[in-house]
Design a protein around this ligand. Structure first.
Ligand SMILES: NC(=O)c1ccc[n+]([C@@H]2O[C@H](COP(=O)([O-])OP(=O)(O)OC[C@H]3O[C@@H](n4cnc5c(N)ncnc54)[C@H](OP(=O)(O)O)[C@@H]3O)[C@@H](O)[C@H]2O)c1
Length: 341
């Protein structure tokens, strides 16, 4: 009798006494949250409310989340003037996981489907055990990839696609100069350009020359030892992810009528006009159709995914610290749960 009392006390009383939220574990989740803008120290690993999907939303059990340079910029408050912040805020836009639940208007996905997505921050954020996305953002996870690899794809692959295909209209037999070819965007840009039949010249540091060639670059340039303008001449397209001096020196290598697309600065109108070239600054948008097309190229073996390091969710600070170096090889990913069998 005494042992039964103790058991009941353990099951029903003690948990309430120690942790009032113990029975609501179903409705909470671990997430990396910021309560204010600031340095790496504002990233907090906490229990928060698990989100519920609205009628057009998909709740994903996140297995892995990609880390992007922009996550750190948002954390620092760089976009605070343009976007009204709602704190606490969960960072991160790249998710790979399994659909947990769908809103009543969702028709393309159902519970149990493996997906990956560039999930807009407005829906919630990816550095969490559960995240919201929509049909306009999500696509079926490529079958050949692990969830960790799939989480490395959406933002950077869509950026490369929207820069080269949608904006610069890169076509077969054209030559493209890809700056930062060993980074997140660059690794996809090289392979997307090759899949479209273009000739690729790519830049990276000496240590990453091998990676550029493995990804299919026709010419690899070590930017610390060689000036890219001594090698690349009269190219059709430049993809600039570096800006400043790199962008300034790039106008001179583009043929008349060619295109410079920058991810980090607005190309100088006077420089473009003087040389008769076109230019644009790109801001990547979620696009489920394009993500599905990229997924197909991955499943066909035309695009490889390079993940150089993974961190557990609780170590998001280390992950953002590495990404902030500006010298990531491929991608950094947060591994949030075990890969489903
Ligand atoms: N506008 C948009 O929508 C959009 C979307 C995505 C990304 N971005 C921006 O684009 C930039 C790149 O993004 P990411 O995700 O690819 O970053 P990342 O993964 O950190 O890669 C950056 C790469 O740049 C290379 N690099 C550094 N200095 C260089 C130089 N002087 N010349 C050539 N390569 C150099 C590094 O290679 P080494 O280590 O070999 O030096 C590294 O691999 C970031 O600033 C990001 O915020 C913008």
């Amino acid at each position: 009798m005494r042992s039964l009392t103790l058991l009941l006390r353990y099951v029903f009383v003690t948990p309430f006494a120690i942790t009032p939220f113990a029975l609501s574990a179903e409705s909470t989740m671990k997430a990396v949250v910021i309560h204010e803008y600031g340095g790496l120290e504002v990233l907090k690993y906490e229990d928060v409310q698990r989100p519920e999907p609205k009628e057009d939303q998909i709740l994903v059990r996140v297995i892995a989340a990609g880390v992007n340079p922009v996550d750190g910029l948002i954390r620092s408050g760089m976009f605070a003037k343009h976007e009204k912040a709602t704190f606490p805020m969960i960072l991160g836009a790249d998710i790979a996981g399994v659909v947990e639940k769908t809103g009543s208007k969702v028709t393309k996905f159902k519970a149990g489907d493996p997906v990956f997505a560039y999930a807009s921050l407005k829906s919630g954020g990816a550095y969490a055990e559960y995240a919201l996305t929509t049909e306009r953002e999500a696509a079926p996870k490529p079958k050949v990839l692990t969830y960790v690899e799939a989480a490395a794809v959406p933002v950077v692959a869509l950026t490369a696609w929207q820069a080269l295909v949608d904006t610069a209209k890169l076509s077969a037999r054209q030559t493209v100069l890809i700056h930062g070819g060993s980074g997140g965007v660059g690794t996809f840009a090289i392979q997307i350009a090759k899949a479209r039949g273009a000739r690729v010249i790519a830049t990276a540091s000496t240590a990453n020359q091998d990676l550029l060639m493995q990804l299919g670059a026709d010419v690899a340039i070590g930017y610390t030892k060689q000036k890219f303008e001594d090698v690349a001449k009269d190219v059709d397209v430049v993809l600039d992810s570096i800006g400043k001096d790199t962008l300034a020196r790039s106008y001179g290598v583009v043929r008349k009528g060619g295109f410079i697309v920058s991810l980090v600065a607005r190309p100088d109108r006077a420089e473009l006009d003087k040389r008769g070239i076109r230019g644009a600054a790109l801001s990547v948008e979620p696009n489920s159709d394009e993500l599905a097309e990229i997924g197909k190229l991955i499943d066909e073996g035309k695009i490889k995914v390079i993940v150089s390091q993974t961190f557990p969710l609780s170590e998001a600070i280390k992950a953002q610290e590495q990404v902030a170096t500006g010298h990531t090889r491929g991608k950094i990913v947060l591994k949030i749960a075990d890969e489903p069998k």
